[in-house]
Design a protein around this ligand. Structure first.
Ligand SMILES: Nc1ncnc2c1ncn2[C@@H]1O[C@H](COP(=O)(O)OP(=O)(O)OP(=O)(O)O)[C@@H](O)[C@H]1O
Ligand SMILES: [Mg+2]
Length: 254
């Protein structure tokens, strides 16, 4: 194990039970589907890790286990080399998924307050953080507008702001630019680079290769729930583009 990993994920394994109908739809004989199969990765302070893989490869399942939203069947997650409880780990993690649903009837400001209260942050600290974070993303312009009246990009900015309400050390973002236009995507990129500068350990999953090439220090490619290729960006792409490396890997397995 590396001494300096902030978070180390070891041999994660997760399977889902399938109904008879799901089994038939997928033409599977087993009643369980292995989504993540012995997957390991390490996150370091001030680094962005990019997780790539085809649809259904196991990226979201992996990230949900890291974010403590799903319990691994096997494997462990170590924080600074130690196994800590899920509740403790959760406080250190900021999670964002494109499926995250904000309550339409709340305002961004109220939502931020609500999540801050869940994390036990006192009101003065909450207001200080809210002021800073909202100003940074331009959320202050619509802080008191009901979420149902916001655009997708605006909502995503609200979600980003809320994901760091508790000042997490580890950032876990599942397809953070999904559905965003080029301007909003750039805002997210800059947001991630800011977090990196602050020394956060970041893992993102995405299908946007240019995002990984631009932002990530390390890249991991998952196929069928297992890590098939992992390395520093410059090493992985020493002789070919990331896209080419990816295609070679996927086609090699078929
Ligand atoms: N709750 C569940 N019940 C049954 N199967 C599931 C469940 N969640 C995920 N799966 C299956 O596990 C596998 C991995 O899914 P996962 O969502 O982790 O993939 P992904 O890499 O995030 O894909 P995508 O790129 O489409 O987001 C898929 O075959 C998926 O259908
Ligand atoms: Mg996914």
């Amino acid at each position: 194990m590396s001494e300096s990993a902030l978070l180390e994920v070891r041999d994660l394994y997760k399977s889902f039970s399938l109904s008879r109908k799901q089994r038939a739809q997928r033409h599977l004989s087993s009643d369980r589907l292995v989504a993540v199969n012995g997957l390991s990765l390490s996150l370091y302070e001030g680094e962005i890790y990019g997780l790539l893989g085809p649809n259904g490869a196991g990226k979201t399942t992996t990230l949900r286990m890291i974010a403590t939203l799903l319990s691994p069947e096997r494997g462990e997650i170590l924080y600074r080399g130690n196994s800590i409880g899920q509740n403790e780990l959760r406080k250190k993690i900021g999670f964002l998924t494109s499926e995250l649903k904000l309550d339409d009837f709340f305002t961004p400001s109220y939502t931020f307050d609500y999540f801050s209260a869940l994390y036990g942050i006192d009101n003065a600290e909450r207001d200080r953080r809210k002021g800073n974070i909202f100003a940074r993303f331009g959320v202050d312009r619509f802080a008191d507008t009901q979420i149902k009246n916001l655009s997708t990009g605006m909502k995503q900015k609200v979600s980003l702001a809320i994901s760091i309400a508790h000042n997490p050390e580890i950032i876990v973002y599942d397809e953070p630019t999904n559905g965003l236009d080029i301007m909003a995507s750039r805002d997210v990129e800059n947001f991630l680079l800011d977090l990196k500068k602050e020394g956060k350990a970041i893992v993102i999953s995405t299908h946007i290769f240019s995002l990984v090439e631009k932002l990530c220090d390390t890249v991991g490619i998952i196929l069928d729930g297992s890590m098939r290729l992992e390395g520093k960006m410059n090493e992985v792409c020493a002789n070919a583009s990331l896209e080419q490396v990816f295609f070679d890997l996927v086609e090699g397995q078929e």
